[in-house]
Design a protein around this ligand. Sequence first.
Ligand code: ATP
Ligand code: MG
Ligand code: FE
Length: 345
Amino acid sequence: MVVLGIESSCDESAVALVANDRTIIAQAIASQDALHRPYGGVVPEIAARAHVEVLGPMVAQVLNEADMTLADVDAVAATAGPGLIGGVMVGLVTGKALAMAGGKPLIAVNHLEGHALSPRLADARLAFPYLLLLASGGHCQILEVRGVGNYRRIATTIDDALGEAFDKTAKILGLGFPGGPAVERLAATGDSRAVPLPRPLAGSDEPHFSFAGLKSAVMRAHESGKYAPADIAASFQQAALDCVLDRTRRALANADDVGSLVVAGGVAANLSLRTTLETLANDNDLRFVAPPMQLCTDNAAMIAWAGRERMNAGLLAEGGDPLDIAARPRWPLDPDAEPVRGAGV
Ligand code: ATP
Ligand code: MG
Ligand code: FE
């Protein structure tokens, strides 16, 4: 079985062909970084228009590279949310058109489920249930992944996402966009103990994350003129990772019988984060699984894979999802989770 995946929920246009045996047969990712850089962040309307321009040709290119046609594809999986709604609509309508033209089932995939299952694309041995830190540009959650479509949210952020905190720190320090990799590079040259910064909610009885206060403290430290940017970057990264470690440790104590500690989402590309969590996993006799870097940030292979997982788990209706299914700006993985104050879902 081969699934064609399409991703367009933020500022990456991506198309991939993934086989049942986890082979990524072909893939393409068009980053829009250069388009958004002048604005210091993603501009939704620019993103949606760019997806319109590139997605069609990218589908042709990927099929061509694989020496396949639409007839060789068994299903079309497209991100249907959550994300910037204009972009999501572009990718979803592209998927619908291909599904209709080829007479293939459509699979409307939750982008967060794509991130959540991406470690299983990379590692065939990763079994359910696992404890997942999903840390990206828009989300910071700890989930107990019990099975495909079965997620229990243990923690979320009450304000900013972890990737957002990296991006804002980068902006404050004038490192440009996207910020995460730039902060990580600069942090490697600084002293992580140089700048006193808070660890919001660390040690708290509630399970959640908070990064807004940390970002404000970074801003004040920068404005004081007392610290080198590299020291601020290193101290910020250390403070953020201390929070993640504290919250993940707390979540582990509240998770049922998980066999692995897993990290996914764009921030999972951060090497210090990976090392921190790997140590925590070892201390708790858990396997540690992190997808390769290219599968951490947004990509279409994870969307195709999530589609394949949904099909194999029997979660897809005969013939696929309805072709009039709507794009969703918000779409929580755990619909039963208690709402928290702030922006987290
Ligand atoms: P969501 O998945 O929540 O909808 P998104 O799709 O925009 O958000 P991703 O593409 O999964 O997010 O991740 C992008 C985020 O990851 C950005 O905030 C970026 O700064 C961050 N990021 C990427 N690489 C690194 C890194 N090496 N260190 C820290 N953060 C990183
Ligand atoms: Mg991006
Ligand atoms: Fe993402």
